[in-house]
Ligand binder design. Structure first.
Ligand SMILES: *Cc1c(COP(=O)(O)O)cnc(C)c1O
Length: 358
C-alpha cells in the first residue's frame, strides 16, 4: 500500500537518547528544556519571527483568534482543511467565505475586499499546499480596513516570500506539526508572531492563564505540548533539509512523468519559493479525477481528495464560492513522502496516465 503520506521517523537510538534525559530530569511537560530548545531552534532554522510551541495546529488557530480579540466576522478561504473553518465557528465567530484564485488556489484578495462589512475583524487565510498567499495585497486590504491577519501556515514549513519566511507575515501565523506534515512532532502546532505583546498573551493562554502558581492573567486553555513531542521535533529538525530537498526532486519527477497529462498544476505565487509539501493534480472533470482515483486504489495506491468538500458546503456554515467548489470536486493529491521511490512514482504516474485514456 502507498498512502498519500508517510511520517518521517529519525533513528530510534537518537530518540532513546533524548528519552534518557527526560527520565533523568523527570520534567515531562510545562515548558521543559526540550520545548524551549525547539522554540529556539525552529525559528532560527527558518530565519523567522519568534514561535511558541502548542499541542496542535487547531488549538493554534483557536488561540490566535482569541489572542487577537476576534469575536465577529472573519473572512476566510473555503479551500483548506476543515480546521481552518471549524476553529472560527468554535470560537463563536462567523466565517465569511471569499473565493479562491483559480490558479494559485489561495484566497483571492479581490474577493476579500468584496466581503468586508462593518462586522469584519480579521482575515484568516491558508497558504494552500505551502504556496504563499499574496501577502502584500492582503496586508494592504487589512491596513485600509483596520483588520487583523492570521495565516494558517500548516502546510508552509520552509516556504518563503521574496527571501523571507512565510511565517513572518500577518499578526500571527499558525503551524501544524502533525505527523502528516512536512515537519512534524507527532502531534504539535505553533504560533509565530513578530508582535511580542501577542506572544506574551498566547504564553498565558496556552497555560490556563497562569501567571505564577496562584495568579491568572485572563482566560486560558490547555494548549501546551510535552517533552516527548518536542524531542521528536528537535530530532526531525536535523533531517528537514534532506526531506525538503528530496520532495523537490520527487515533485520534479512527477512533473516529468506526467508532462503529457491534461491535469493542471498549482501555479506558484510570484516571488514565492514553495516547500513541495503536496503534489496536487486538477483534473478536467470530477469524473476523470474519480477514474484515476479508483484505478490507483485498485492498485494499492491511496491518494486523497485535498480539499474536499469546499468548506462553504459544511452544514454549519453559509456562503458561496463557485471557484473553490469547482476546484474541490476535481482535485487529487498524489502520494508524496521522503521514502517514496522512483519506481513508486513511475507506477503511480503510469496508472494516472492510463486512466486518462480509458
Ligand atoms: C493539518 C491542518 C490543520 C490542523 O492541524 P492539527 O495539528 O492537525 O490540529 C489546520 N489547517 C490546515 C490547513 C491543515 O492542513
Amino acid at each position: 500500500m502507498l498512502f498519500v503520506t508517510e511520517p518521517f521517523l529519525p533513528p530510534m537510538e537518537e530518540y532513546q537518547h533524548l528519552l534518557k534525559g527526560i527520565w533523568e530530569r523527570n520534567h515531562l511537560t510545562n515548558n521543559g528544556p526540550l520545548v524551549l530548545q525547539l522554540e529556539d531552534e525552529v525559528p532560527r532554522y527558518l530565519s523567522s519571527v519568534s514561535m511558541l510551541y502548542l499541542s496542535n495546529g487547531t488549538i493554534a488557530l483557536q488561540i490566535a483568534l482569541k489572542a487577537l480579540g476576534i469575536t465577529k466576522e472573519v473572512i476566510t478561504t473555503p479551500f483548506s482543511y476543515v480546521a481552518t473553518t471549524s476553529s472560527i465557528v468554535w470560537e463563536g465567530c462567523t466565517p465569511v467565505f471569499a473565493d479562491i484564485d483559480p490558479e494559485t488556489w489561495n484566497i483571492s484578495p479581490e474577493a476579500i475586499e468584496a466581503c468586508i462589512t462593518e462586522h469584519t475583524q480579521a482575515i484568516l487565510a491558508t497558504h494552500v499546499f505551502g504556496n504563499p498567499c499574496d501577502v502584500k495585497a492582503i496586508q494592504a486590504i487589512a491596513d485600509r480596513h483596520g483588520l487583523k491577519v492570521i495565516y494558517d501556515a500548516a502546510h508552509a514549513f520552509g516556504s518563503m516570500v521574496e527571501g523571507r519566511s512565510v511565517f513572518d507575515f500577518g499578526h500571527i501565523s499558525t503551524a501544524s506539526f502533525h505527523a502528516t506534515k512536512v515537519f512534524h512532532t507527532i502531534e504539535g502546532g505553533a504560533i509565530f508572531s513578530a508582535h511580542s505583546e501577542v506572544l506574551h498573551r498566547v504564553g498565558f493562554m496556552r497555560n490556563f492563564g497562569h501567571n505564577g502558581p496562584e495568579k491568572f492573567d485572563g482566560v486560558g486553555i490547555n494548549g501546551k505540548n510535552s517533552e516527548f513531542h518536542a524531542a521528536m521535533g528537535v530530532l526531525n529538525l536535523k533531517y528537514i533539509d534532506r526531506i525538503l530537498v528530496s520532495r523537490k526532486a520527487q515533485c520534479a519527477l512527477y512533473d516529468h512523468l506526467l508532462k503529457d497529462h491534461r491535469a493542471l498544476r498549482q501555479q506558484s505565487t510570484p516571488g514565492a519559493s514553495v516547500n513541495h509539501s503536496y503534489y496536487a493534480l486538477l483534473f478536467e472533470s470530477e469524473a476523470s479525477m474519480m477514474n484515476a482515483k479508483d484505478n490507483l486504489e485498485q492498485n494499492g495506491v491511496m491518494p486523497r481528495r485535498y480539499f474536499y468538500p469546499s468548506l462553504n458546503k459544511l452544514d454549519y456554515v453559509q456562503g458561496q464560492a463557485p471557484v473553490s467548489e469547482d476546484v474541490s470536486e476535481r482535485i487529487l493529491c498524489l502520494p508524496l513522502f521522503h521514502a517514496m521511490t522512483e519506481s513508486d512514482q513511475e507506477k503511480i504516474a503510469d496508472i494516472v496516465l492510463k486512466s486518462q485514456e480509458s
